[in-house]
Design a protein around this ligand. Structure first.
Ligand code: UDP
Ligand code: MN
Length: 379
């Protein structure tokens, strides 16, 4: 009979290879923090065999989830609601009934200190969302796997939908008593610190920064989109990402030490032709490019060729699709800023607010294809 510790797990999710990278770093961070619990990752057909192999080195369980289970009438009804697809995938965590209790962590979270004490909490425990603290943030939550709850959530999704189009809006309505009923289900903010939040309250960040246990890199740009300087081994946060440089550096340190060498340089990330979730595409070859990164002193390429006109690029900026590793790289942005400073300023439209949550149905900066010339992230 499995011990109590074997019946409790941290659970995460990847629907493509890029998010799988996030899972690998997250899994490593949990191991480094000395967790005694199981690690499980849910993957869809969008994750390649190569990344699945890597995931199985870190996670005890790599669990396949497929949206299209046509035997299930509720699933069939959901097929008519593509907006709920991503939402639906995360909810599969309730089906992991081999565990008595579990903690879901988004793939864009990083564990800085052991958080095994979370298993003392009850369903549904979560930390307040920095944007609307009477809602919980669904990037970190304690739950109890149960087929019954899973079905009830799906039915709720069909009946009510989600007020923000994602899992967070739906879960907050499903577990609506969270806001008022039982304070023990409110996790302290240190269990889900949005990596940009402290810009609005810097003194608190300075005071409490060492208490942070889990960082969450919410928003359209993730740690793996940030330029990494291969000469110095340092990350340079993108101008509009708003992510804290120290936290990004922690992510990249784990990535370079534990993950990067294990990646297959020949891997072209799959383009989801057969993935009927058709959510977010990954950058073609991003994994292969990351796999060939080396810390060395002889780097220094910058700039890239771009097939897009400046009008198209502007439009992409406005949609949040930014060629961060190419034409819109930090170096080029800096040049443009310097040029603009010497002329009367034009109004600047940031791509996203630092606090904006990305709706899962929106495209992300992952569509910014890094070109060959820009494969060394800009310096
Ligand atoms: N996710 C995924 N593929 C996607 C989008 C999301 O696997 O294309 C998973 C992943 O675990 C991710 C979580 O769903 O961390 C929630 O999405 P995200 O973290 O991007 O949302 P945010 O926290 O920025 O609102
Ligand atoms: Mn997230």
């Amino acid at each position: 009979m499995a011990s109590q510790e074997e019946r409790e797990a941290f659970v995460t999710l990847a629907t493509n290879d890029t998010y799988a990278l996030g899972c690998l770093v997250l899994g490593s961070s949990l191991r480094r923090a000395g967790t005694t619990r199981q690690l499980a990752v849910m993957v869809t057909p969008g994750v390649s065999q190569s990344l699945r192999d890597q995931l199985s080195r870190v996670f005890n369980l790599v669990y396949d989830v497929d949206l299209l289970d046509s035997q299930d009438p509720t699933n069939l009804q959901l097929l008519g609601r593509p907006d709920l697809n991503v939402t639906f995938t995360k909810f599969h965590c309730w089906r992991l009934t081999q565990y008595d209790k579990a903690v879901f962590l988004d793939a864009d979270t990083l564990v800085l200190q052991n958080v095994d004490e979370l298993f003392n909490r009850e369903e549904l425990s979560a930390a307040p969302d920095a944007g609307w603290p009477d809602c919980f943030n669904s990037g970190v939550f304690v739950f109890k796997p149960s087929e019954q709850t899973y079905n009830a959530i799906l039915q709720f999704a069909l009946d009510q939908g989600s007020f923000d189009g994602g899992d967070q809006g739906l879960l907050n309505m499903f577990f609506r008593q969270w806001a008022t009923e039982d304070i023990s289900r409110h996790l302290p903010f240190i269990y889900n610190v949005v990596s940009q939040a402290f810009y609005s309250y810097l003194p608190a960040f300075k005071q409490f920064k060492n208490n942070v246990k889990i960082v969450h890199f919410i928003g359209a740009t993730k740690p793996w989109h940030q330029p990494f300087n291969t000469s110095s081994g340092e990350v340079t946060p993108l101008p509009d990402s708003g992510h804290n440089a120290e936290f990004l550096q922690l992510w990249w340190t784990i990535f370079m030490e534990d993950v990067q060498q294990t990646l297959d340089p020949n891997l072209k990330t799959n383009n989801h032709k057969n993935n009927r979730m058709s959510m977010l595409t990954t950058s073609e070859g991003l994994i292969g490019q990351l796999a060939t990164l080396k810390i060395s002193r002889d780097q220094g390429q910058e700039g890239s060729a771009s097939a897009l006109s400046s009008g198209e690029r502007k439009l992409n900026w406005e949609k949040g699709q930014i060629d961060y590793l190419g034409e819109d790289s930090f170096v080029n942005i800096q040049k443009k800023l310097e040029e603009s400073l010497s002329k009367p300023a034009e109004p600047h439209k940031p791509a996203t607010s630092p606090f904006s949550r990305r709706s899962p149905t929106e495209e992300t900066a992952e569509t910014a294809e890094p070109t060959k010339e820009s494969k060394e992230p800009c310096e």
